[in-house]
Every structure is written in C-alpha cells, then in structure tokens.
Design a protein around this ligand. Structure first.
Ligand code: HEC
Length: 129
C-alpha cells in the first residue's frame, strides 16, 4: 500500500516537473501586432515610416501622428492598402485633412513589403489607442 502511494507521488512529481519545464522553455509566440512593432522599428528595406510619422513623440511630422491610429476605426485591410498603395485612398499631391490637421498626400507606396509584413504593420497600428 505504502509502495503504491510512493510510486503515485513520484509519478505526479515527474509529470508536474515536465509541465513546468515545458512551460518555461516553450518559445514565446508573438502576436501580429508585436511582430509589427518589431518590424516598424527595424532597418528593413521599405520601412521608412518614422521619416514622416511620429508614434509616441518619436518621428517626423510630414504625415499624421500614428500614436492613436487604432482610434480612427479603419479596418486592418484599409491600413494594409494605405501602406501598400496610399493613392487608392488619397489622390497623390492633393491637400487632405486627417484628425483636423492638413497634409499634402505624398505618402509613397510600399509595394516591396510582403503580405505578411503589411498585415503585421497594420495590426500594430490598429492596436495603438
Ligand atoms: C514621405 C512621407 C511618408 C512615409 C515615408 C510614410 N508615410 Fe504614411 N502618410 C504620409 C502622408 C503625407 C499621409 C497622408 C495620406 C497620404 O499621403 O496618403 C500618410 C498616411 C498614412 C496613414 C493613414 C492615416 C489615417 O488613418 O488617415 C497610415 C496608416 C500610414 N501613413 C502609415 C505609414 C506606414 C506604416 C509607413 C511605413 C511603412 C508610412 N506611412 C510611410 C506620409 C508618409
């Protein structure tokens, strides 16, 4: 009887140990928004957003501040199109208003970015509230 209990106890400790070790060593899966954060802060070709846009006080002022882009309620798809081909939304060279401020629509297209990269960037911007 005592032996059985000892065996069950050892078995439980082994299983628990296995679960804990697995939890600690499992690779962390980043969300699309987290990957987009990493991407926008990288030096990858075509990632030039901070030249014109500011997020949380850092970046340019040629384009609108993106710190609260998620509050504008654009769909992820809309943001993807905006990054890839902005002239689909704003006629290039025209004067436009975003959030009460005037801008000249001069955002370049980013056709070199992959679908995955566009989705990650759009997910990140959508998460900014
Ligand atoms: C040369 C300057 C410039 C660069 C570089 C640039 N943008 Fe823009 N962006 C603008 C301007 C100006 C607008 C206003 C609309 C337009 O020009 O199409 C804009 C608009 C946007 C908008 C729409 C804001 C809204 O909701 O109305 C998003 C989103 C955006 N840019 C994201 C990006 C991202 C992401 C990058 C980098 C991959 C980037 N932009 C690179 C200038 C720029």
């Amino acid at each position: 009887m005592k032996k059985t209990f000892t065996l069950i106890f050892i078995l439980l400790v082994v299983i628990l140990g296995y679960v804990v070790v697995r939890a600690i060593t499992a690779p962390v899966k980043l969300s699309a928004a987290q990957l987009g954060f990493q991407l926008i802060h990288s030096n990858k070709k075509g990632i030039d957003c901070f030249a014109c846009h500011a997020i949380d006080g850092k970046g340019g002022t040629i384009g609108p501040d993106l710190s609260k882009e998620g509050l504008l309620k654009h769909s992820i798809h809309w943001i993807e199109i905006q990054i890839k081909a902005p002239d689909k939304h704003f006629k290039s060279g025209s004067m436009i208003k975003i959030n009460g401020k005037s801008y000249m629509a001069i955002m370049p297209d980013h056709k070199m970015l992959s679908k995955k990269e566009l989705f990650e960037l759009a997910s990140y911007l959508d998460s900014l509230k």
